[in-house]
Design a protein around this ligand. Structure first.
Ligand SMILES: [Ca+2]
Ligand SMILES: [Ca+2]
Ligand SMILES: [Ca+2]
Length: 353
């Protein structure tokens, strides 16, 4: 599913800023984790350990080496920075080691999600799977990000379920320009979820962390609007060019078939009718249509029973900065109401730099 086609719509050109200023960048934290742990880092149960077989993985000048900060799952690693210069975005650049038998999405021992919270808000939450090729990893690497996948790089093993993976997560565009302007910054990283297990079974590590502040970044936004008759639509990630949003549809009625995502260009009119449009007359009281579905009526979502998710990549074209589109989740839910349809709230997305 893609909305790349949006960038091609000629009607956009008159509404887009072609003069977006270039961002200026200041490094405010940098560590290769080879010496003493910087005072800004609260490691919890994490410790500095040799990188073993990870040594040398990474882009030129930014490779695993010496020691890194290795953490058990379930343990928060927190970086606290204060007195930051004025800025309107931050950039995170780091190497991520997915060590031993992390089990991806699912129920125990699966359910291993690497989550990054920024000032308490979830910014990134993706599962990582190392043990078998049959496991479900929600994280999809952009080009250049995956450095090794399901190979023996040390720690538990070799062999069995204890293979390892390596990622230059800082190369993922979603970390390039994260909206932030406060003078203090708290970043918490941990692997969480129903599948967390002991250090000898699965763990993760962080190397070469650089945090920069940016100025002059045109921000995108995601705004929740409109009523739901049950399902809840939310998104995390960066509504910025070259990046994208992971969209979550939660609280679907039990037995929902084929959840989908309606993508529209208007939240005010649908075929000449005003929005939101009540679906009560169709047999779905309390359910509303919140956008014009002009791009897609039912973009596919990956379904997990009463939840579903998908990733919406945004084009890297600067002409898309400022563009607005609308999302609504829904599903066929036999028996939920006479119409057999459940609909979510809406999301308004404005694309930023
Ligand atoms: Ca290191
Ligand atoms: Ca291993
Ligand atoms: Ca696990």
């Amino acid at each position: 599913m893609s909305i790349r086609t949006l960038a091609l719509l000629p009607l956009l050109s008159s509404t887009l800023s072609l003069l977006a200023p270039l961002a200026a960048q200041t490094v405010v934290f940098q560590s290769d984790f080879d010496g003493a742990l910087p005072s800004a880092v609260a490691p919890g149960a994490a410790t500095l350990e040799g990188v073993q077989g990870y040594a040398g993985l990474g882009p030129a000048g930014d490779q695993f080496g010496g020691t890194f900060l290795r953490s058990p799952t379930g343990n928060p690693v927190t970086i606290q920075l204060n007195g930051l210069p004025p800025h309107n975005a931050i950039r995170l650049d780091f190497l991520f080691a997915a060590i031993d038998s992390l089990d991806g999405t699912g129920s125990y021992p699966s359910g291993d999600f690497f989550a990054i919270r920024i000032d308490g808000n979830v910014f990134f939450r993706e599962s990582f799977a190392n043990a078998t090729s049959a496991q479900v990893q929600s994280y999809v690497s952009p080009p250049g990000v995956e450095l090794a996948r399901r190979v023996d790089l040390g720690f538990s093993g070799p062999g069995g379920f204890y293979t390892d993976s390596a990622y230059w997560l800082g190369g993922d565009p979603r970390f390039f320009a994260i909206g932030h302007s406060a003078s203090s910054l708290t970043i918490e990283m941990r692997i969480e979820g129903p599948g967390i297990q002991s250090l000898s079974d699965e763990s993760w590590a962080l190397d070469n962390l650089t945090i920069s502040t940016l100025t002059g970044v045109a921000q995108g936004s995601v705004t929740v609007y409109g009523a739901s008759c049950g399902p809840l639509l939310s998104a995390i990630g960066a509504p910025s060019i070259g990046q994208g949003l992971t969209v979550y549809l939660d609280a679907l009625p039990a037995g929902t078939l084929v959840p989908g995502l309606a993508i529209g260009l208007s939240d005010t009119t649908f075929g000449g009718l005003p929005l939101p449009l009540s679906l009560a007359s169709l047999g779905a009281p309390g359910c509303w249509l919140h956008n014009d579905t002009a791009v897609q009526v039912a973009a596919a979502m990956q379904s997990f029973g009463t939840t579903a998710q998908t990733f919406i990549p945004l084009p890297s074209d600067p002409q898309v900065i400022g563009f607005v589109f609308f999302l609504q989740g829904w599903g066929f839910a036999p028996g939920f109401n006479a119409f057999g349809i459940a609909t979510s709230n809406g999301l308004r997305v404005q694309v930023g730099q």
